[in-house]
Design a binder for this molecule. Structure first.
Ligand SMILES: [Zn+2]
Ligand SMILES: [Zn+2]
Length: 913
């Protein structure tokens, strides 16, 4: 007798052991085998500062399920892992660490600081990789990449130079989003907007002649110090005569003109707006159209400078706002102040309010790149799952703006641009300018070359024009996404023409969250089309965002995100993986709480215990399965049919990225069909080990378990491996379940007629069991059952299955009586086919204890209903909570009401006796 499995499933004892074994055997390594179809996923590279979050768990579990499934289907699978250097995030972390020791980065200098960052990266940068292994991710670690490793840095420089030579990269003075804390430019996508209760100040600008004034409205009064005009809409008849006159800018006493520009919205405020070309993106454009001066009134820390006037110079922007408003009030120049709600942009890294800021930056011209990238999606060459994202993508691509790619940071790919001092001096004959001045000028491409700007793949040893060696590299680094947008091909060796690149590009599927569709997905498609001339991936699967039970996004600051490693410690990686898959309906957010993992853990235990039971009853020999090996009973044929339906459904669900459906189907088959029905049905027959019945049942039991483990393996690989290794008769089926073949459907075994027939028998048994439970019949009490069958067929079916029915219903006898009419009150219930079941519980229940219990339950239910009603009656809650949560509450109320009715019925029934 086999009893090799311990009594309880202990994931801790199992998971690490198998991961090491799989890695050692090279199961995760891809090889170039021309005969095999490649299936490739590149991992969304986690930041090196990252530690595993529930978001990573969701993203990587789904990838691993696909990868393991396709590996079993016989594809040449490559899951390419790596990490991202995460410019701002990493620099911030290391800066903070150093500050703890009293060291500012400026004290170390650029080189010294970068050494510290690399040292930090060596020590902590792979934490998340180790954690992904704990989760069971079967990445090809031999191909792990880092966005700043040598190969990828080479790709970045190559791309910069190619785009520059094509005229798609330019440098210019523009308004960009500036973080005054991080001291860097941010792309539009790196700014997060939040509704904010602010004010709208109505400020009077007196006419030059002192007679009267105009009133402008603004949400940021401190920027008025940089005003160089006020503007009205040319069609606004109220102000026609004002255009061309001069007003006095208060506090500064500068004369500024009234201009007409169609951008002005006559309905906003008074219809007259201030124009601040250096501190507002729209005003910047108005300023360009009207050749207005750009007056920068703050420095990079958002502290007012001397251009703001002596009074305000040195003040923080918000301090200045207060002082300025006070002064204007004293001068009676504030007409009124209104409450005003508007969206304020924040730095996505440090939450500081961003400042629109005029500075010299590098940009990528996006329009020419966007066109082919949009086409391949609209043509269906790249498919989005779910497809509704196509519209979002299209809208963004059609309105795309140039991408600001320079960052005033030290950590990152330094811009491959050098300035030749000598050429700069000589090219500007009239007024020799320093590099600083030149860098802040808005110049076109041709002048760049003429004025000594060298864009080069490698560091130039001397100026190609004048031979000078006095070269200075641009101080800025590139946006982090400027390396990650190349990820699908730079990781495969591009710009080299490597075998990996030839074999594994384009990749098959990208699995990511919709929050980085613009940051990353769209740009990868653009880069793929531009540099590879082909799509980077055929499918984009966009999973939801992981939220807590209340519907809030999980985040560090809210403290509502459990540490996945704790969850793995408590429930096991398999339980977490299964739970995540089960909670992931396509395209919808995932509502997670740790209690959900209990389902995964209970499922693992159920599988463990069933396997243990099976192995103990296996005997010394086993019967390999073949379709016609035995004369199958209806119950055998039922479970074999359900098994093959499950293979079909799980495969179909995975093909459609319906992970939750795959998990449900697996759960349903194993828990219900296999354990609750089949094992229970054949248990009696297993007792006589040598009997034909026992041999036949064992053959079916083993075949189902073995097939099920292969199906479940992508979701719960550790558990499946542990059990797989103990199965008899797996010789020749693969040394590890992870390298087994994916089960194939045997359509001849799918038999809907048998399934429907046997289900009717189960319905009767289930009805009896439910009635027993509802009426608190003790588990070991024997009851009498009377069945009023709906048809002659059903009567025959129950007759044939009488033996199992009695066991599973725990009934002393079962009468089949089509004309039955009860003469006393009896618990009764119909089955879906119309058969009616009666249970005689006389003598099986203690009715006074039962009455008390039912009364208590009704009280509890009423409390529950009251609490849900209170929530639903709260307007704020209904307004603010996500619709899905409100819906869940409504459902809960319905369920409680339903349950109450049932309990009340049982109680009435007891009292009527
Ligand atoms: Zn910041
Ligand atoms: Zn030169």
């Amino acid at each position: 007798m086999r009893d090799t499995l311990s009594k309880r499933y202990d994931p801790k004892a199992v998971e690490e052991k198998w991961y090491v074994c799989w890695e050692k055997n090279g199961y995760f390594s891809a090889r170039i085998r021309p005969g095999k179809k490649p299936y490739v996923i590149v991992i969304p590279p986690p930041n090196i500062t990252g530690i595993l979050t529930m978001g990573h768990v969701l993203n990587n579990t789904l990838q691993d399920i696909l990868i393991r499934w396709k590996r079993m289907e016989g594809c040449e699978v490559l899951w390419l892992p790596g990490t991202d250097h995460a410019g701002i995030a990493t620099q911030n972390v290391v800066e903070k660490e150093l500050l703890k020791e009293g060291v500012r980065k400026e004290m170390l200098g650029r080189k010294g600081f970068l050494e510290k960052v690399w040292a930090w990266k060596e020590q902590y940068g792979r934490t998340i990789i180790q954690q992904l292994k704990r989760l069971g991710c079967s990445c090809d670690w031999s191909r792990e990449r880092f966005t700043m490793d040598e190969g990828l840095s080479r790709a970045v420089r190559e791309v910069f130079v190619r785009l520059y030579e094509k005229g798609l990269i330019y440098r210019g003075n523009y308004i960009i989003n500036w973080c005054p804390r991080c001291h860097t430019a941010l792309s539009d996508e790196e700014v997060e907007y939040e509704e904010h209760d602010g004010h709208l100040w109505y400020i009077r600008y007196p006419f030059k002649d002192g007679k009267g004034h105009v009133t402008v409205a603004t949400t940021r009064p401190e920027t008025m110090l940089g005003d160089t005009a006020v503007a009205v809409n040319p069609g606004d008849t109220r102000y026609k005569t004002l255009v061309g006159t001069q007003v006095i800018l208060p506090a500064v006493n500068r004369e500024i003109p009234v201009i007409a520009d169609s951008f002005v919205d006559p309905a906003f405020g008074t219809g007259i707006v201030k124009v601040t070309p250096a501190h507002d993106p729209n005003d910047f454009l108005i300023g360009q159209r009207h050749h207005l001066e750009q007056v920068v009134v703050m420095n990079g820390s958002a502290v007012m400078n001397e251009k703001a006037g002596a009074e305000f110079s040195g003040m923080d922007r918000f301090e200045c706002r207060e002082a300025l408003v006070k002064q204007l009030e004293d001068l009676k120049l504030i007409e009124k102040i209104e409450k005003h709600t508007h969206a304020i942009g924040h730095c996505y890294r440090c939450r500081t309010v961003i400042e629109p800021y005029l500075s010299a930056q590098w940009f990528v011209r996006m329009k020419p790149l966007a066109e082919p990238a949009l086409k391949v999606v609209l043509d269906g060459k790249i498919r989005f799952y779910p497809p509704r994202w196509v519209k979002v993508y299209q809208n963004w691509m059609e309105n795309i703006r140039d991408w600001c790619i320079s960052r005033q940071l030290w950590w990152g790919h330094r811009i491959p641009v050098w300035y030749c001092q000598k050429c700069i001096q000589t090219s500007i004959v009239h007024s020799p300018q320093s590099i600083e001045t030149l860098k802040s000028m808005d110049y076109g491409l041709s002048t760049i070359d003429k004025s000594g700007v060298i864009v080069s793949r490698e560091k130039p040893s001397q100026c190609p024009r004048c031979g000078s060696t006095d070269l200075t590299q641009d101080d800025d680094v590139l946006d982090t996404w400027f390396s990650s947008w190349l990820w699908p091909f730079s990781t495969l060796g591009w710009p080299g023409e490597t075998d990996d690149l030839k074999h594994f590009y384009p990749t098959t599927c990208l699995v990511t969250g919709p929050d980085i569709i613009f940051f990353w997905v769209a740009r990868m498609i653009m880069a793929g089309m531009e540099f590879m001339g082909d799509i980077p991936f055929a499918h984009v699967f966009l999973h939801g965002i992981i939220r807590d039970k209340e519907g809030r996004k999980m985040s560090k600051s809210l403290g509502n995100s459990p540490d996945p490693l704790d969850v793995i410690g408590q429930y096991g990686a398999d339980a977490l993986r299964f739970t995540i898959a089960r909670l992931s309906p396509i395209g919808q957010d995932v509502y997670y709480s740790n209690e959900n993992c209990e389902i995964g853990r209970n499922f693992a235990n159920k599988i463990w215990n069933a396997s243990r039971f099976l192995l103990m009853n296996m005997g010394d020999s086993h019967e390999p399965f073949a379709r016609d090996r035995f004369a199958w009973t209806a119950d055998d044929r039922y479970v074999l049919s359900r098994l093959n339906e499950t293979i079909r459904d799980v495969t179909g669900a995975l093909n459609a990225y319906h992970f939750n459906e795959a998990a449900e189907k697996l759960y349903e088959f194993f828990w219900s069909d296999y354990c609750d029905w089949y094992i229970e049905l054949v248990k009696p027959s297993l007792k006589d080990k040598e009997s034909e019945d026992a041999r036949r049942s064992r053959c079916v039991l083993l075949h189902c378990l073995e097939t099920f483990l292969r199906l479940l393996c992508p979701l719960m690989p550790f558990l499946c491996e542990e059990i797989w290794q103990m199965l008899p008769g797996r010789e020749g089926r693969g040394e590890s379940v992870t390298t087994c073949s994916w089960p194939e459907v045997d359509s001849a075994l799918i038999d809907p007629v048998i399934v429907e027939k046997v289900s009717r028998k189960f319905d009767v048994i289930r009805a009896v069991r439910n009635l027993r439970k509802e009426h608190d019949v003790p588990l070991d009490a024997v009851v009498g059952v009377i069945v009023k069958p709906a048809s002659r067929d059903e009567k025959k079916l129950l007759e044939e299955g009488r033996k199992e029915c009695l066991v599973l219903m725990k009934a002393g006898k079962m009468s089949l009586d089509p004309g039955f009419a009860p003469t006393k009150p009896m618990p009764t219930a119909p089955t879906p086919s119309g058969t009616v079941v009666y249970v005689d519980i006389a003598g099986a229940v203690d009715s006074s204890a039962q009455t008390d219990r039912l009364r208590e339950e009704i009280e509890d239910i009423d409390k529950g209903i009251e609490s849900v009603e209170r929530e639903l009656g709260n307007r704020e809650f209904v307004k603010k909570a996500p619709p899905k949560i409100v819906e869940m509450r409504r459902k809960k109320k319905e369920q409680l009401l339903e349950r109450r009715e049932k309990v009340q019925k049982s109680l009435d029934h007891l009292l009527s006796k």
